[in-house]
Design a protein around this ligand. Structure first.
Ligand SMILES: *[C@@H]1O[C@H](CO)[C@@H](O)[C@H](O)[C@H]1NC(C)=O
Ligand SMILES: *[C@@H]1O[C@H](CO)[C@@H](O)[C@H](O)[C@H]1NC(C)=O
Ligand SMILES: *[C@@H]1O[C@H](CO)[C@@H](O)[C@H](O)[C@H]1NC(C)=O
Length: 359
């Protein structure tokens, strides 16, 4: 989460939208994936999820993610409603790291630190639409981005793919990969979608029940950096969600940096593709189960939302949505005690997420 202003080239966006023919796949567009009453809207601006519509047990449809109506607003967004962030998502202390003896400085866009790949990270660029199948059994879209050597201060060219796919019964999978082409580089992506299973704009999520497969966390300081490098047990803290617990049960006792609320990195138990989180909204009866193959997950409760204008004339306020951001450890590039996020030429980074909806 960052509050940094974003420089917006709306005129440029308009010019791109006027292009045609072979360039169509590089224009900013909106792509709908539809499978019965389950539908997901994606834009290739930032590989952003704009909406996810799912039913409840009575067949009532709701859009369960926060976001914006128009592309102009998506481009302007500073809350990271639904994009894929990278090259290095989450914070890098002072935007500085040393790799193979060389010092790198990345763009500072979170006070003295870097966040989500900088001012023009992967969430703020146009991805190329490689493949798009709107309907059928398993609708999907594959997006591609070539990140260049030195982009936002990061080393080496990087080939990046993200595929969003629907499958039965109500499953959304997000599969990403990145290949370093010529230099070693840190890589960490995360999907920054904000959930409200009662429907976006329907109030706060404090009554949602959350269970996390996480018995440890990395304490974060006021700048939300894991400066101590410690990993501590959640047992006996307000961070313990090992058994299903309402998000709001202890939220007033928790400080996420400068704000009351969760903005915390959990170490996910186990390895490989595994269950990370289960969430249920008692009111609508909708449930969400998230599995992923990453070592950690940032849990964020929309602490900074404040009269934020969203889709369909709705307004989002504090705790109006929550994020389950599977990821590597924050600032791993400056903490040799954390799992490495360095990808060397020829190596492949893979981050898969599977969201299963139920009612
Ligand atoms: C862009 O953001 C600024 C600042 O939040 C706001 O005043 C402006 O109305 C926004 N523009 C659009 C097109 O959403
Ligand atoms: C990355 O994903 C794309 C799109 O799904 C796929 O075609 C490609 O083979 C993947 N690359 C690697 C190295 O797995
Ligand atoms: C929301 O913004 C208003 C006006 O700037 C401010 O008075 C209020 O304290 C803010 N609330 C939160 C929770 O940040």
């Amino acid at each position: 989460m960052a509050r940094a202003p974003v420089f917006v080239a709306l005129l440029c966006l308009a010019a791109i939208a006027l292009a045609s023919g072979a360039d169509a796949r590089k224009m900013v567009g909106v792509y709908v994936l539809k499978k019965g009453d389950f539908s997901v809207k994606i834009t290739n601006w930032g590989a952003t999820i704009m909406s996810i519509v799912v039913p409840d047990s009575k067949g009532n449809l709701a859009d369960v993610v926060l976001g914006m109506d128009t592309l102009a607003e998506v481009v302007n967004d500073t809350s990271y409603f639904g994009p894929l962030t990278g090259r290095v998502a989450q914070r890098i202390a002072r935007g500085r790291f040393v790799l193979d003896g060389k010092v790198y400085h990345t763009y500072l866009n979170d006070g003295k630190n870097a966040i989500h790949g900088g001012h023009r990270g992967f969430s703020k660029v146009i991805w190329t639409v490689k493949e798009y199948v709107a309907g059928g059994d398993s609708p999907y879209i594959t997006l591609y981005y070539r990140s260049f050597d030195g982009e936002q201060g990061f080393p080496g060219d990087l080939d990046v793919y993200a595929t969003y796919q629907l499958s039965s019964p109500y499953v959304l999978s997000v599969r990403t990969n990145a290949t370093a082409l010529n230099k070693a580089t840190p890589v960490n992506f995360l999907q920054h979608v904000y959930w409200n299973l009662g429907g976006h704009g329907s109030g706060d999520v404090l009554g949602h029940t959350l269970q996390l497969s996480a018995s440890r966390y990395t304490p974060l300081d006021k700048e939300l950096l894991p400066s101590s490098g410690r990993v501590e047990p959640v047992a006996g803290t307000n961070y313990d969600f090992r058994t299903p617990t309402p998000i709001g049960a202890r939220i007033r006792q928790v400080m996420g940096g400068q704000m009351v609320g969760y903005d915390l990195n959990y170490v996910v138990d186990g390895e490989g593709m595994r269950k990370v989180a289960t969430v249920r909204d008692g009111k609508s009866g909708r449930g969400l189960e998230l599995s992923a193959n990453q070592p950690a997950m940032q849990f964020y409760t929309g602490n900074w939302l404040n009269n934020t204008k969203g889709k369909d004339g709705k307004v989002y306020n504090q705790y109006g949505g929550f994020c389950l951001e599977t990821q590597a450890y924050p600032d791993a590039v400056n903490h040799p005690e954390f799992p490495s996020i360095i990808v060397r030429p020829g190596q492949v980074y893979k981050h898969d997420m599977v969201y299963k909806f139920s009612y």
